[in-house]
Design a binder for this molecule. Structure first.
Ligand code: IVH
Length: 668
């Protein structure tokens, strides 16, 4: 076989599929088939590294590590925009412009994306470099990380300019951001505060495969070249669409040409009202003079172009008194400082508390008790403290000294290198950590213990009946009956719930243990790979790291967990009570690979129960997903299925199967 030719073919096919999917939102290939092509290319590149191009589609999944980001000068300086906050200021901007140039003025209105600016250089149709804004003159080379962002083309198509820079904003789409935070919550990790900072942090990560896993996106907003062959900015943005870029949609009004102040204000008002429906955050609107000649005539001030201005949305902001900073202890021992405020109305809700995140945040904003603070609610849901009204600060006010000892058990707090959060190390003696772990253990997605709730866990703990998860299974009716508000029926239910939970399969038990960084998905992977807690507990760091998708942090956390004597004793006790600590191959062995990797939505009423149906799908390697999207491979269609789902599936041309058809398929 001509390997070079095959690599070229695969590259071309994969680039085309990527483009269809991420730019045109119109995929022609299943995820599975795509992955097979990618794997073939990866294998060939591993075998013949000299044939691997720096812009190979395999770079999309990351893997390149950047230890130090090199500082590189921008070919065109990266300026900023002057801001405005009212119609009057926009009118002044327009008047200024009309004084400086003659004739009609056409404006382009765009969204002001709230993310991180990036400048990407293309030479002869290939992405060669991506640089952060930095100080505007030079920035950091984050090319390997930017290559993982799928909507950014690595190779261009069409009639592109031989050399140019394209600029845009890297954003963290809200859906992906919320998904990431949910995963982190399940793994007992701290939450990221907002999409913008997280996008910025992600872009500077050393391991590009982590960047790849985070699904960042890029919104294009400007083209720079020595000579551009079109009349104006709007035309340029549309032109680069032909080169393979995803550009702002005219149909969805992400970009619009207008001829007057009224047009500008109409655009601003539309997005002020509708911005919460966007899949990413914006913090305003950008208005640019369209015509390049006019732009040249207008020129620049020291910091920003005269031909453009940003209009910033008003975030609703109020000020209130911060009465006290208190500290919360999470299940993992992480400490979160909380601002307790004099209640205040903000954007339709009463705000009483706001997270201060960590010690650095308090120091950065120099927040102190009895300060008057500004609380803001922008596009986000959670209110945040954005600063202190220094004019109202008491003269004898002192800087906050961060808590040194656990607010609950008084153990000295620790802060490990690289961690934003302080931790209480008294894992097995600190109440919220103990009850938090027990609450996690009994949760619906874990051991799913019926008849036991958060309140009861705390009652049981306070009565001295449970100190760890294993104690739960030693509880007797005589012990729990005397608890307040505990009727005989509920006591029996509790014991029944616990007995039932002994049937819960190993992967869920593993998740339930609450090992740091071991969330639902990781637990499944580990259970499948090691098959028993015994084998997992004996694995060293290296063995663990060799498991697909298990990195250093997870590996270290697992080794750490199993080196703790108390954890070992507890697991021994749990084993004796009959919990599942081995993979039940009879239940779990896949019956076939017929549905391997396929994403399947089940909707409507069926002859077998929905759970049976879902299990059947998993047994054949399929994955159950709840919502229909263009990634869905099959829709299993039952009776009385909702019309909107059906319509969506039809529109996306998703293959639909009846229950019978599915069964026939699997029997074959
Ligand atoms: S144009 C010379 N357009 O806002 C013009 N910027 O202070 C340069 N931004 O650093 C910027 N959306 O990161 C432009 N549609 C948009 C934008 C945008 C967001 C950011 C950009 C820049 C900052 C301006």
């Amino acid at each position: 076989m001509d390997f070079k030719q095959r690599i070229e073919d695969l590259t071309e096919q994969l680039n085309q599929h990527n483009y269809n999917y991420y730019v045109l939102s119109n995929s022609e290939i299943s995820d599975y088939d795509f992955d097979m092509l990618l794997k073939e290319l990866q294998d060939l590149e591993n075998k013949y590294p000299e044939l691997a191009s720096p812009n190979s589609p395999t770079k999309r999944v990351g893997g390149d590590i950047t230890k130090n980001f090199e500082t590189v000068a921008h070919r065109f300086p990266m300026l900023s925009l002057s801001n405005s906050y009212s119609k009057e200021e926009i009118e002044e901007f327009d008047t200024r412009i009309r004084k400086l140039v003659d004739g009609d003025i056409e404006y382009v209105c765009e969204l002001k994306y709230d993310g991180v600016a990036i400048s990407i250089t293309y030479e002869n149709g290939e992405l060669v470099r991506a640089i952060t804004r930095g100080d505007g003159v030079k920035g950091e080379d984050v090319t390997a990380n930017v290559r993982t962002i799928r909507s950014i083309p690595l190779k261009l198509r069409g009639d592109f300019l031989p050399s140019f820079d394209i600029r845009g904003e890297i954003v963290f789409p809200l859906e992906a951001f919320n998904r990431l935070n949910k995963q982190r919550e399940e793994a007992g990790e701290s939450q990221f505060a907002n999409p913008r900072n997280t996008a910025s942090g992600t872009l500077k990560m050393q391991d590009s495969s982590v960047v790849a896993s985070r699904a960042l996106d890029c919104q294009i907003y400007q083209l720079y070249a020595n000579k551009i062959n079109v009349q104006g900015h709007f035309e340029a943005v549309k032109e680069v669409e032909n080169w393979g870029f995803k550009t702002p949609s005219v149909k969805e009004r992400y970009i619009e040409k207008v001829q007057s102040i009224d047009g500008i204000m109409e655009f601003i008002n539309y997005w002020d009202k509708n911005r919460n429906k966007l899949p990413f955050e914006i913090d305003g609107i950008v208005i640019k003079v369209n015509n390049y000649h006019r732009q040249d005539e207008l020129g620049f001030t020291a910091k920003s172009p005269r031909w453009a201005i940003a209009y910033k949305f008003k975030a609703e902001r109020v000020s209130t008194l911060l009465e006290k900073i208190t500290y919360q202890v999470g299940r993992t021992g992480a400490i979160t400082p909380v601002a307790n405020l004099v209640p205040v109305q903000l954007a339709g809700t009463t705000v009483r508390r706001a997270s201060l995140h960590n010690a650095d945040q308090i120091e950065k904003l120099d927040i102190r008790e009895k300060d008057t603070v500004f609380v803001e609610k922008g596009g986000e849901i959670i209110p945040k403290i954005i600063g202190v009204d220094l004019t109202k600060r008491d003269e004898d006010s002192q800087p906050t000294s961060y808590l040194k000892n656990c607010p609950v058990c008084n153990t000295e707090l620790v802060r490990e290198e690289g961690e934003a959060q302080h931790f209480c190390p008294n894992i097995n003696g600190c109440q919220p950590q103990i009850t938090g772990r027990i609450e996690h253990f009994i949760g619906r997605k874990m051991m799913n213990v019926d008849g036991l709730g958060v309140e009861t866990v705390i009652q049981l703990f306070n009565a001295g009946l449970i100190k760890n998860i294993a104690d739960l299974y030693d509880l007797t009716l005589e012990q729990i009956l005397p608890l307040e508000r505990m009727a005989k029926k509920s006591a029996n239910n509790l014991l029944k719930g616990l007995a039932e939970s002994k049937k819960i399969p190993f992967e869920k038990v593993l998740f339930a243990l609450g090992i740091r960084h071991v969330g639902e998905t990781v637990a499944k992977k580990l259970a499948k790979h090691f098959k028993s807690i015994e084998a997992l507990s004996l694995a060293d760091k290296e063995t663990l790291e060799n498991v697909d998708e298990i990195g250093t942090v997870i590996a270290e956390s697992i080794v750490n967990y199993f080196s703790n004597e108390e954890n070992k004793t507890m697991i021994e006790r749990l084993k004796k009570t009959g919990l599942q600590f081995e993979l039940d191959e009879s239940n779990n062995t896949q019956k076939s690979n017929l549905l391997d990797g396929k994403k399947i939505v089940v909707s409507g009423v069926f002859e077998m129960s929905r759970n049976e149906l879902k299990k059947l799908i998993e047994d054949h390697g399929g994955k159950n997903v709840s919502a229909i999207s263009k990634k869905t491979d099959y829709l299993i269609r039952g009776e009385n299925m909702g019309p909107s789902k059906l319509e969506k599936a039809e529109k996306l041309e998703i293959t639909m199967l009846s229950e019978k058809e599915l069964l026939t398929l699997l029997q074959d």
